[in-house]
Design a protein around this ligand. Structure first.
Ligand code: ATP
Length: 236
């Protein structure tokens, strides 16, 4: 099967700091793939580079065999990749419904009406709170909104950067349940997470990053019982 997204030998730096040092991975249609690793391993840099927010030094990034490396973020989005960024970045002064509309700005009104109903079906809490100003939502609700906003562009690939960050354990569980449901409904997902335990439980496949390189790869189930992964990332 040809990959939906294929990244090969990606190098990214911030000035003299080499954050990503030859990372390769791929994602097939319908998969949930996770990049796990410690703080500073290069997970967010990889995701932001795929999303067009940072330009790579070298390497290839291909969507169904066609290069997207170095394209600006809005072009990458038009090709069908949506990023749900670290820290959510919802428009705090706007309502829930307005935030969702922003996510669908490249689509027609008719398409957005249909997609909005699907988003509300995955996130009933957002429907209940559609008129509420986003800045007054809880952290978990803001995460749902950021995910819903990304889904409004009907992406071929949804990229999630640390959706569990800063959330209470019960909300972390709820967010991961939703990510799993989105995957089951057919959305292809690239998930960056420090919460390796939760990420591996829902991922079809995973890549373990260390200091800007892929240290290990396997299915989520394999890595959950891998001795090295358990010691380094799962608390023994
Ligand atoms: P985190 O979970 O903390 O986001 P991460 O695995 O996503 O970690 P990155 O944020 O990609 O890691 O960081 C990789 C390396 O690049 C780190 O050494 C980090 O300090 C460095 N780095 C990240 N952003 C910048 C920046 N804007 N300027 C300079 N260095 C940066």
């Amino acid at each position: 099967m040809a990959s939906l997204l294929s990244v090969k030998d990606l190098h990214v730096s911030y000035g003299a700091i080499k954050a990503v040092r030859g990372i390769s991975f791929d994602i097939n249609e319908g998969e949930i793939v996770t990049l796990i690793g410690a703080n500073g391993a290069g997970k967010s840099t990889t995701l932001n580079t795929v999303a067009g927010l940072i330009k790579p030094d070298s390497g290839t990034i291909e969507l169904e065999g066609s290069s997207i490396a170095g394209l600006p973020a809005h072009k990458v989005m038009q090709r069908g990749l949506a990023l749900c960024p670290e820290g959510r970045r919802v428009f705090t002064q706007m309502s829930v419904a307005e935030n969702l509309e922003m996510g669908g700005y490249t689509r027609t009104d008719a398409e957005n009406r249909e997609t909005l109903e699907k988003v509300y079906a995955h996130f009933p809490r957002l429907k209940e709170r559609r008129s509420q100003v986003a800045g007054t939502l809880s952290g978990g609700e803001q995460q749902m909104l950021a995910m819903g906003r990304a889904l409004m562009s009907k992406p071929r690939l949804l990229m999630l950067d640390e959706p569990s960050m800063g959330l209470a354990p019960i909300l972390v569980q709820e967010i991961f349940d939703i990510v799993k449901q989105l995957g089951e409904a057919g959305t292809t997902i690239l998930l960056v997470e420090q919460n390796a335990n939760m990420a591996l439980k829902i991922a079809d496949r995973a890549y373990v990053l260390e200091i800007g390189q892929v240290k290990k790869t396997g299915t989520g189930a394999e890595l959950l019982v891998d001795d090295d992964v358990r010691k380094a990332y799962l608390g023994g």
